[in-house]
Design a protein around this ligand. Sequence first.
Ligand SMILES: Cc1cc2nc3c(=O)[nH]c(=O)nc-3n(C[C@H](O)[C@H](O)[C@H](O)COP(=O)(O)OP(=O)(O)OC[C@H]3O[C@@H](n4cnc5c(N)ncnc54)[C@H](O)[C@@H]3O)c2cc1C
Length: 385
Amino acid sequence: MNFDLTPEQKKIRDAILAFAAESLENDGVADRDRGSVFSRELWKRAAGAGLAALTVPVEYGGRAYDAETTTVAMEAFGHGCEDGGFVFAMGAHLFAAVVPIQAFGTADQKARWLPPLADGTLVGAHAMSEPGAGSDVAGIATRADRDGDGYLLNGVKTLATNCTEADLLLVSAVTAPEGNPQARLSSFLVEITTPGVAVTQRFETLGHRTTPLGEVTLTNVRVPATALLSGKEGGGIAFFNHAMMWERVGLFAAHVGTMERMLQRTIAFARSRKQGGRPIASHQAVAHKIADMKVRLEAARLLVYKAASQLDRSRLAAFDASIAKLFTSEAFVASALDAVQILGGAGYIQGRHPAERELRDALGTTLYSGTSEIQRTIIAAWLGL
Ligand SMILES: Cc1cc2nc3c(=O)[nH]c(=O)nc-3n(C[C@H](O)[C@H](O)[C@H](O)COP(=O)(O)OP(=O)(O)OC[C@H]3O[C@@H](n4cnc5c(N)ncnc54)[C@H](O)[C@@H]3O)c2cc1C
């Protein structure tokens, strides 16, 4: 077992860290967070550095990284870019919208959609969740009824990351209401400008406030048969599971990067903040919290890289991805709480220290990509329970 990065991976990591620090306007993140501002200009810039296309084949304008190298890149992105909502938006675009098209799209779908999604011209969103179906994806009610040579889509999609800025939605809808639950859903590539598609809400959120998150209503949206991902009905659940497997690795690698930045800042603060004439770091109660942050970081990183390695070797990494996602998200919340506790009052004041924003950002991670409870259910099922 060799835990070292290759020279090429080190170059990729260092380039993304430098790019994020220099070009992604970290100094404006507190204002963007307060105003819930998503920047299309930053999106174009980040895509220009390859971040929207890490996994995409070279012929479509991508970097064609394997899962491990994608993980290295995402960890560096999450470390170097302080705008957690922006990193999340890009990760959702890449893993939940681009990856399924890359993996399951027809030749025409890949040729049409991957280049503009990869170069930052378009923003993608994956619209699975509905007001009545979150954890229970089998309960999706949006319908896609045959209509001549195409389909008519009707339903409401909620909590879809990027949807208020998106150009392309990957919509899951029921095509076989009475069929086998695994084959009930299909996925459709729906342009946001299609008549009948309406962004009905942009949510104000606790964390990741710069992510455009909202609700989309589909009313008699007519799409041609060519909009059906893969060209076949019944693949919706499989496409969703594939996207989640990648997201639970790639996006959570970015959270590992953020946890490392948080740890470094917490150490610096604990060394410089003095009470009673001595640095607070010299109190064992404080130092132990920092030690726990380090242990969580290292364990999360190992789990994420193990899942990535599994993804590269077998493509059947759902079990490892759920373990990595569950642990990393809960570790991120626990470490963000420790960071704020160590900062004292400074950790509670908005805009005073990034840990306050990072704690709010961390809280969403145990919900999206499947809640912690659902990850435990998946893990238990793999154990035969
Ligand atoms: C920031 C953010 C971004 C998101 N982005 C997207 C996106 O891009 N696309 C998309 O389609 N969705 C997205 N979602 C939606 C997300 O997938 C759902 O919020 C999540 O699956 C939970 O669904 P719910 O919110 O309806 O909660 P519910 O499913 O109603 O769950 C409520 C509570 O009950 C628990 N629960 C529910 N069912 C079970 C069960 N069977 N066993 C044990 N406990 C259970 C849950 O764990 C949770 O604690 C996003 C959510 C958030 C917060």
